[in-house]
Write a protein that binds this ligand. Structure first.
Ligand SMILES: [Fe+2]
Length: 474
């Protein structure tokens, strides 16, 4: 298995310290003193991940990362940095590094990093397995062989697989399980009940009531009941457990006018098994996503700490954006995207040198041009992270103006992403009402007057009205 870790550093002290810590954790380690030697070793077999320094003779760490990624995009790379080189670490992350560690190196820190790397590896393999259509077809063929009507089955089972593969969240998945079951069985009475782990009861999400659960189901078995009330109208209930990693997660109940039979039960079982695989993947993915967010949030905090005048700015802008989201009745998905974009909107300022970012006086035109690059820098930091695609664009355009005279792209009116237009209002309002070293902040009334004046020029007029009416001053 992948248990070998490669450490690249020109400083033998650092190389050996990390190497020893890694061995303490039960992994094998190999070391290289520069990029050229590292590339040679990488040809010799699979590695779990690479730790690399940035400043090295012969080949820089960034160059090494670029070369490794060109060969194997999935090999995780962790950058070894000094105390004050966050910019370099971020630069490296743009090249595809997945994380960084800095001195003093602690065994716990390395253990967490390696655990994360392993989880990501499993996720990647799972994804590969799902997209491996050959594997899927073999699976389907196997199943089909056991069933009677071959042609019909190929279509329906492929449909199940395709539907499941294209899903994102858990809620989507439960909805799809119900839809596909209805289609497969021609039955309309199909319901899903999640299991409350606390007291082992099924929850009726419609009424909120708790229902008793058959112990036979809890052991992973299908429960079949004859629920006919009269002899004229027959009714049967079949309850399938949805199992994830050996645990019952919920139950799918199907009411039918005839016993389902082996054939139909087999199809539902296949659907639930495939869904469970997918759910495991979603859970893993969501864990990853949170991990990534916490890294980004700590970057935002570092930024706030660097500039005392704007500390808490991101937090206040996020709060204002969420009030706007509530006032506008945004969907949960949009709210979540806006929340992340607002908390990270100025993350690109990590790329602005201290003498400009922290300058106590008014900026020169040239310095301001530098500041203007932060939306692009921020978007570039997030760009390698596929789940952040929407947030990336919102951050890139948070300084556009409604009249097209903003930056970086000079987008106009509805060409500016909707959530960027909201973020722009929240950002500007907070900037206006905060004190700066060279000026005092405006009062809320003054800021509202300013927003009113800039309606249709800097701000979307409709959104500005909502902001004034429902958010400012409340
Ligand atoms: Fe900004």
């Amino acid at each position: 298995m992948f248990e070998k870790v490669l450490i690249v550093d020109d400083d033998p002290g650092i190389r050996n310290t990390i190497s020893e810590l890694i061995q303490e954790l039960g992994y094998k380690s190999e070391t290289a003193s520069d990029g050229v030697e590292a590339l040679g070793l990488l040809d010799s077999g699979p590695y779990l991940c690479v730790f690399t320094d940035i400043m090295m003779p012969n080949m820089s760490g960034l160059e090494l990362i670029r070369k490794i990624k060109a060969q194997d995009v999935s090999l995780p790379i962790i950058v070894i940095t000094g105390y004050a080189s966050l910019e370099i670490a971020i630069e490296a992350m743009k090249y595809g590094a997945s994380d960084f560690i800095s001195k003093p190196f602690k065994v716990k820190q390395i253990e967490l990093l390696l655990n994360k790397v392993r989880r990501e590896k499993i996720l990647l393999e799972e994804n590969r397995r799902f997209s491996d259509t050959l594997h899927l077809h073999r699976l389907i063929d196997n199943l089909v062989g056991q069933l009677e009507d071959k042609n019909e089955e190929i279509i329906s089972l492929q449909e199940i697989s395709e539907k499941i593969i294209s899903l994102k969240g858990i809620r989507d998945l439960v909805g799809a399980i119900i839809d596909v079951s209805k289609q497969l069985l021609d039955e309309t009475d199909v319901r899903f009940f999640p299991l409350s782990i606390k007291d082992n009861k099924l929850i009726d999400t419609g009424s909120g009531k708790e229902l008793p659960v058959d112990p036979f189901l809890l052991q992973g078995n299908i429960v079949r009941k004859n629920t006919s009330e009269t002899q004229l109208v027959e009714k049967f209930e079949t309850i399938f457990p949805l199992m994830i990693e050996g645990q019952v997660f919920g139950a799918l109940s199907i009411i039918s006018s005839a016993v389902l039979g082996e054939d139909k039960e087999g199809k539902i079982q296949y659907l639930l098994n495939r869904s469970a695989e997918r759910l495991e993947n979603v859970a893993l993915y969501e864990g990853l996503y949170e991990n990534m967010l916490s890294t980004l949030n700590s970057m935002a905090k570092i930024l706030d700490a660097r500039d005392p005048h704007t500390s808490q700015h991101s937090t206040r802008v996020t709060t204002l954006s969420m009030s706007m989201a509530a006032a506008l009745g945004l969907s949960e998905e949009e709210r979540e995207t806006l929340y992340i974009a607002a908390s990270l909107h100025d993350i690109g300022k990590v790329g602005i040198p201290d003498n400009i970012l922290l300058k106590p006086d008014k900026l020169t035109d040239e310095e301001f041009d530098f500041i203007k690059r932060h939306p692009d820098i921020g978007a570039d930091i997030l760009k390698p992270l596929p789940p952040m695609a929407k947030e990336t664009e919102i951050i890139r355009h948070h300084h556009e103006r409604f009249d097209g005279r903003g930056y970086p792209s000079g987008l106009k009116e509805n060409d500016i992403p909707y959530l960027s237009r909201i973020l722009c209002l929240a950002d500007s309002f907070d900037a206006m009402t905060s004190d700066r070293p060279y000026r005092k902040g405006m009062s809320v009334a003054e800021a509202v007057a300013e927003i009113c004046k800039c309606k249709g020029r800097q701000f979307d007029p409709d959104l500005a009205d909502t902001f004034i009416e429902k958010v400012a001053g409340s």
